[in-house]
Design a binder for this molecule. Sequence first.
Ligand code: AMP
Ligand code: MG
Length: 331
Amino acid sequence: MSAESAIFDRERAAAVEAVAEAARICCRVQARKVSGAALTKGDKSPVTIADFASQAVVCRTLARHFPGDAVMGEEGSAELREAGNAGIAREVCDEVRTHVAGAADADVLGWIDRAQSEGGRGRFWCLDPIDGTKGFLRGEQYAVALALIDRGEVEVGALACPNLSVAGAPGCILIAVRGRGVALLPLGADGPGAALPARASNCGERLAARIVESVEAAHGDHGGHERVRAALGCTAAPVRLDSQAKYAVLARGDGEIYLRLPTSADYRENLWDQAAGVRVIEEAGGRVTDCDGRPLDFTTGRKLTRNQGIVATNGRLHDAVIAAVRSIRAS
Ligand code: AMP
Ligand code: MG
């Protein structure tokens, strides 16, 4: 642990509480088998009532514990406030009321709108209320991802993965504080269970390395990943799963390499798609850089404008993977 690293006990506890509450709401909505997106955003990505309800409860919890803190969140309430979406807005508010009895509609929309921070060099929380919405809609993997960033350092990372089972529980939370390690908590119906250790794989053998990648071909260059796999000589086919559950899988030692090569030269990653996962995998002994091997710069606003693509590994294999990525990108 570095001398200047702070304790962040209160932030850690608040982050666990917030993502556990949000995960409970997401599970309830997913169990009702939501058949499709409630809304399609300007960038054509789907958003469900659970995305909004999750953002509302996380922001409410952060406001109770840290009323002065800024929050950057993926969603906003503008679309919910449109007259044509009144039915969806009511569903979102009803969902939040199952958790916060008596909350007024205005409170719920106000909590959602607390997450308007543009980030930068100061202290702010960074939230993806449902990362992997497409996986959520398919009934597969998704994550509630919450990070605390201060002066560009991801100090705390919390990932709730309701469909990633551990120790007999159907889901889990990974909670990490910079320099203080990561814990794996079974996601029980009555709240998180006792902490279990999490550790990245110790594998240093390229042939044996297991690769994870996005399900969505639009989010990661599957063809490029295949070439990296061939260059490294990995024998197993990549495992595809949605969301930052990919970081969780590496942090549990169930994979060695997460590839996210860009599908277009101008795409830049959203902070909320990476921040929590980065802290979790680094505290488990892994490493994360962009495709060029550069550290991620979290001071650049809502997007990682100075980085392209993501490479995460168990640490031991990182340099070899970056060399392979460089060679296939140069060819
Ligand atoms: P995953 O579940 O790993 O495929 O990642 C889901 C995230 O991919 C979403 O939260 C989006 O913000 C993000 N995304 C959307 N378009 C792209 C793209 N072209 N390249 C990389 N990520 C994207
Ligand atoms: Mg996301």
